[in-house]
Design a protein around this ligand. Structure first.
Ligand SMILES: Cc1cc2nc3c(=O)[nH]c(=O)nc-3n(C[C@H](O)[C@H](O)[C@H](O)COP(=O)(O)OP(=O)(O)OC[C@H]3O[C@@H](n4cnc5c(N)ncnc54)[C@H](O)[C@@H]3O)c2cc1C
Length: 399
């Protein structure tokens, strides 16, 4: 049996779900197809008394986007923390600080759990009249211009249902099935490193400060969470990452506290360490006839600048804006229409991917003299308030 929709979103992670919610008032029939059952999606729910190890820095531009779509005001304030100060260190030699007042912003970012955002997006989707949700469901074939479906795109599911739509959106993550089906190229370069994440209680107050240390053995970030907790992301070569994963909770807390110079006193491990392999994924074309990619399906970026889902939310916002502006009768799957979305998103994605790649390679390279040069670069930038303000506002999505 054939079912018709205006738009099918493949993948209900944060990017796909936020696009669907952003289209709640649009005169479009939406279908979300998610391969995992809701309780086991890419961002599974976390018990109210536990903390999710996936903690993200969300930029002011994206707290504004989530507010626009009605999600932000419903997030539990007691599980979110502002970043008002940030310190960046090169070994112990050079350092740079950013402050929210210097950047003329109320905060540099918000730190919160991925599951907090995902739960609220799911609650919105449950109440949304124009959304049908198939989960668990997995597509097996995609055809962009099917003769049998009057030129619409068709998606065939594992149970052999045929679904038709004017536009398919691939929001199915870094190894995007839709991207592969559409034949869109992706340049996937592994960093041969993993990001190890865990949460801790700290002995001393963090005063809404985030820290990042470029170390001999990787890039260590501490992000402030409420109630004197912190979230750690330690991006390290595979062997170091495996060694961190093998530590007992007490050993991990001790190692992480020492790596941060014990500035927050004694740490206590709250969540077991988890690791994510790191890739840079560049996708030169993010649209094709009847197909658009958003989120990690459209770009993979090192977490050191905390921009993965920030780019994904901005993709969702840009595509939703374009779709809402479509005039009656306009073909929303036409390549020329979709290229407007690609053009709007191109600059931010390219700039942040190149800048993040440059930092990841430059700050992990071990060439003689490079560490001193990096320290000098940080110290010099620290002394240029106008440049720091520009960098902080660009990272916040507020330029
Ligand atoms: C350690 C770490 C720290 C990070 N920190 C930050 C941060 O501070 N700030 C930030 O902005 N970003 C951060 N990121 C990046 C962020 O995690 C990702 O950018 C984000 O999760 C991508 O969301 P997505 O919805 O695009 O993809 P995903 O979360 O991968 O969701 C894709 C969805 O599609 C589904 N799916 C896959 N294939 C199919 C299929 N064939 N059919 C149907 N469904 C399918 C999956 O089940 C999943 O639900 C971090 C990443 C890591 C690893």
């Amino acid at each position: 049996m054939q079912k018709n929709f205006d738009l099918i979103i493949v993948g209900c992670g944060l990017a796909g779900a936020s696009l669907a919610v952003a289209l709640r008032d649009a005169p479009l029939a939406l279908l979300l197809v998610e391969s995992l059952p809701p309780a086991h999606g890419s961002v599974p729910p976390v018990a109210a008394d536990a903390w999710d190890a996936r903690v993200y820095a969300i930029s002011p531009a994206n707290s504004a986007f989530l507010a626009e779509i009605g999600v932000w005001p419903h997030l539990a304030g007691e599980r979110m923390n502002r970043v008002r100060f940030m310190e960046v260190w090169e070994r112990e030699r050079g350092h740079m600080t950013f402050t929210a007042p210097d950047a003329e912003l109320p905060e540099l970012a918000w730190i919160l759990e991925a599951s907090l955002m995902m739960n609220e997006l799911r609650e919105h989707l449950k109440r949304q009249a124009n959304v049908t949700f198939f989960s668990p469901a997995r597509p097996t074939a995609f055809c962009a211009d099917s003769q049998d479906a009057d030129g619409l795109a068709t998606l065939t599911l594992q149970d052999e249902q045929t679904l038709c739509a004017r536009l398919i959106v691939g929001a199915d993550g870094q190894n995007s099935w839709t991207r592969q089906q559409a034949g869109l190229a992706a340049l996937d370069t592994p960093y041969n490193a993993k990001a190890v994440v865990a949460n801790f209680m700290c002995e001393k107050p963090h005063h809404d400060t985030a820290w990042q240390w470029f170390r001999e053995d990787g890039i260590l970030a501490w992000l402030p969470l409420p109630g004197e907790r912190l979230s750690m992301v330690w991006s390290a070569e595979d062997a170091k990452a495996e060694a961190l994963l093998a530590l007992s909770p007490d050993e991990l807390a001790e190692t992480v506290a020492a790596a941060g110079g014990n500035i927050l006193g004694r740490l206590t491990t709250l969540t077991p360490a988890m690791a994510f392999p790191l890739h840079s994924i560049r996708v030169p074309a993010t649209v094709a006839p009847r197909l658009a990619l958003i989120g990690d399906a459209a770009h993979g970026i090192h977490p050191l600048t905390g921009h993965g889902i920030n780019l994904g939310f901005q993709d969702a916002k840009a595509l939703a804006t374009l779709l809402r502006q479509a005039v009656p009768g306009q073909d929303i799957g036409a390549l020329a229409f979709l290229q407007r979305y690609q053009r709007v998103r191109r600059e931010e994605i390219v700039v942040l991917q190149h800048a993040t790649d440059f930092l990841a390679h430059c700050f992990t390279a071990r060439l003689p003299g490079l560490s001193a040069l990096r320290a000098l670069g940080l110290d010099l930038t620290h002394r240029l308030p106008a440049l720091k303000k520009l960098l902080a506002r660009y990272a916040a999505g507020m330029l």
